[in-house]
Write a protein that binds this ligand. Sequence first.
Ligand SMILES: Cc1cc2nc3c(=O)[nH]c(=O)nc-3n(C[C@H](O)[C@H](O)[C@H](O)COP(=O)(O)OP(=O)(O)OC[C@H]3O[C@@H](n4cnc5c(N)ncnc54)[C@H](O)[C@@H]3O)c2cc1C
Length: 423
Amino acid sequence: MHLMVLGGGLAGVTSAWYLRKAGFDVTVVDRQPDVALETSFANGGQISVSHPEPWANPGAPLTILRWFGREDAPLLFRASKDPAQWRWGAAFLAECLPWRARRNTEAIAALATYSRDCLRNLRVESGIEYPHRKTGILHLFSTHQALARLAARADELAKLGISTEVCNAERCMELEPALVHGGRDFLGGLFAADDESGDAHLFTRALADKARQAGVKFILGANIKRIREIEGRIESIDVEHADGWCQQLEANAYVLCLGSFSPLLLPPTAERLPIYPVKGYSITVPISDPSRAPSTSITDEARRIVFSRLGEHLRVAGTAELSGFSTAPNPARSHALIDWLERHFPGVGAIDEVSHWSGLRPATPSNLPIIGRSRLLNLWFNTGHGTLGWTLACGSAASLAALMSGNAPKPRFPYFGRDTLTR
Ligand SMILES: Cc1cc2nc3c(=O)[nH]c(=O)nc-3n(C[C@H](O)[C@H](O)[C@H](O)COP(=O)(O)OP(=O)(O)OC[C@H]3O[C@@H](n4cnc5c(N)ncnc54)[C@H](O)[C@@H]3O)c2cc1C
């Protein structure tokens, strides 16, 4: 059976890998000249099983109001006339209800834990190499209110099978000595020793090479212009190559992994996917003084900024902005990341050598990815991974491969189907 995976980011390439392993013939189609050149290019690098709470939680509306109108807000809503943005915003508020946030947290925790295991197995079985660290993630907290809740938060995570250590400020610096050089504006932390970090772009490229060796075909530089549907099935896709040549491509079944662009090309008879782009920023600086560079990945919980050491570079990433599909730079956002870097790890690298990037998280209101079958019979989804697309990539793809092979996936998760359409 020939499958066509639409999109060659983290979701598409991991899908191709697990589907090939399950015995399918697989072709990946992407508009870029190589894989992982859009949202999977320069993300925060965290495999963050210890942060299963979605953005949509009971405290989110207040946080949004508190930062309202500020360009450096962790979550910025830039109102537009796009009805899809308002629909998404309303659905996001509904997901902030306590019982929904709890249900979503449990589902993400189950998938994330499984995903980390899949990633570790994949490394062993494929021999893939990319810059990564198994040195955990340290979540830093800077308010007394957050500190008072740390033990309860660790208990909640333990109930989800995620172990963490509650740390005071001294213990944080013991775990990550490079913090000693910075402003030390944190009061305590939660340390998740089992978490990891790694370069998602180089991982995806290396996995694509392994997939090629295993027989997966890649058609790159091919912009998908239309998905053709006839009588409840996808018949073919129309692509335009970089040189202007147009072609129709056919397969027995299709897997949609187009990130934020996933809803845009679906024929009207398919479901309306609740995915909207949430823009985020990252900066990457070459490390000039390794003694000032942390070896643990860090999350500043108050500012929602994450930090990962990727080989010879430091990556700082974060902030979220609902402002449509533009990836245009926003100096206020980039400067917030540079300020953060200079405050916590001064002298780690030359600020004038920083490279800037922004990408569009394919976000669902619940932060749950959409994995499963469409009402169009030969169309499947593995998309909408939002803030956690790297963390959830391998587990989502392995679950999709199980579903497409007629087996039950391992994690308990609300897989997509007719019954879960409104999720
Ligand atoms: C600032 C930032 C920090 C982040 N940090 C983390 C983190 O620390 N940990 C974590 O787990 N996650 C993180 N994420 C989230 C993660 O990066 C994303 O969820 C993930 O990259 C999404 O992968 P994807 O394959 O769905 O989308 P993409 O990588 O965008 O892939 C979609 C692919 O579809 C292709 N495509 C789109 N339209 C067409 C078309 N018409 N024709 C052909 N091809 C098309 C694109 O070229 C692209 O290659 C972060 C995201 C951002 C923005």
